[in-house]
Ligand binder design. Sequence first.
Ligand SMILES: Cc1cc2nc3c(=O)[nH]c(=O)nc-3n(C[C@H](O)[C@H](O)[C@H](O)COP(=O)(O)O)c2cc1C
Length: 352
Amino acid sequence: MNANAAPFSTTLTRLLACRHPIICAGMGGPARAELAAAVSKAGGFGLLGMVRESAATIKQEIAAVRAATDQPFGVNLIPGGTKPELLDAELDACLRARVPAMCFFWDVFPDVIERAKQGGALVLYQVGSLDDALEAERAGADAIIAQGVEAGGHVRGNVGLLTLLPEIASRVRVPVVASGGIANGAGLAAALALGAAGVHCGTAFLATHESYAHEYHKQRIVDASAGDTVHTDIYAINWPAGSPVRVLANSVTDEVRDHPFGNDPYSLPGEVIAEDEWGPIPKYSTVSPLRSTTGELEKMALYAGQSSALVHARESAEEVIQRILSEAVGTLDRLQAQRLPAPIRRRAQETD
Ligand SMILES: Cc1cc2nc3c(=O)[nH]c(=O)nc-3n(C[C@H](O)[C@H](O)[C@H](O)COP(=O)(O)O)c2cc1C
């Protein structure tokens, strides 16, 4: 496909002023300026994953995206997983820098939506249920990201995307974006068929050259099959206990194979297992291995969606976007070719 082609124009591409309806999730840690800028430059929509980062870091990362591209981008924050004073400083840094969009996740915070809107940013809200989608829309969100239980990283709900997406799309008026399990063009085509105006992918971009994830994590994603992920709440240090994640199975998830939920890692011995540029990382921490991490990487939270089964190679962010687009066009062409020509359809319906 011609690199300048824009085969999908949707309410999402018009809202976000981007060429392709593909958002790269604001993955805290891996999605720094290098990845967000590469995605936006390639016509998708890049999000900086800035959960619990300082205002100074956020300012610096926003400036780095702008130095690399003039295309629009956004910043992801998690209000419910951040102390109020830090959240206040993070929002202030984003809005002072006049970021085009904010993306929030987990519990819905109407006051945060209102503040971001008053600051001139578009608001995307990732939810895992119809109730949260309706609440976010009522509070003024400009787009809802529907996250299915297949998703990698923190998983808000319990419903598969195949059902959650059309349920939400039929009940909200703003554009709905599909999240979880999508890493190829058939996934984009399916999401559009189910009522989405675009897709939001994390795992598909995790193993790209521009991602700040550690090489070990990237290779584990490329090597994984769909059944290799585990849905558990054992990784919760830094988050409230009882916040489920989807990670690749490892020696830590093996310890709780019989009780993946109902764990309180704050009550377990949390010896230090690794270290990165921000300091020591205890066992059960929600921090995932990054380029600068050393230590027992196998024991860390190796976030991965079931879509890791669809990631087969180490690519650039632009290659991921171009591949998803051309595969989606091919999928739709193939479906169209499978439709019976109208006269044959009529004959098939004739009874005698
Ligand atoms: C490594 C990783 C880190 C993530 N970190 C965040 C985060 O900081 N904020 C957020 O809103 N979502 C985060 N997510 C979840 C994504 O927003 C999204 O729901 C998920 O990636 C979709 O499923 P997929 O991985 O199959 O594409 C993360 C996901 C991954 C894989």
